[in-house]
Write a protein of this length. Sequence first.
Length: 184
Amino acid sequence: MAKATIRYTTRHLNELGLFVEVPGKTDSDRTRHKAIEEIQRRMDDPDETSLHPDSFADGLSIEDLIVVEPPATENSDEDEPEIIQAVKAIANLASLRVTLEESHQQALELRPLIEALFSPAPLTPAQMQQATDKNFAKTLIKFAEAKAARDKFLPQAETAWQVLQPALASIATNSEDSKKGARG
């Protein structure tokens, strides 16, 4: 059986096409730190030609990593029962929704600053500092990416729910019928 891995790329356009694969089953801070370590190792490796010590001159953090979903293989989808595929889709939706909610909360904290940017009043020194802080753009990008990913996946999840919902209802109905039969 193949060992589970997570594949990452970065949002840095100058390093387009960079992929890092690390051991792990799910995207987490731990796997992201492993990916950063692997990128650092490649940057320090004199035999590595795709990266060099100044590839990420502005720095690289775990927030700069983007999970690359493995390409769907037709064989695994065909071999796997539809209900299993549906459950996996719902689990994926749950993960996307949580990520969206978390990034939305962080982005909401920036709303007063964004509104101030459209106001004719001058920005305060604190607002100017916050607007030029790298976390300002990172937070908004993270929110936008989370929303786009959830929105893109939602139709697939809705189809999965159409498969799962009647299955859940039929199990509940069968359980109630068997309870009635035991009492009857």
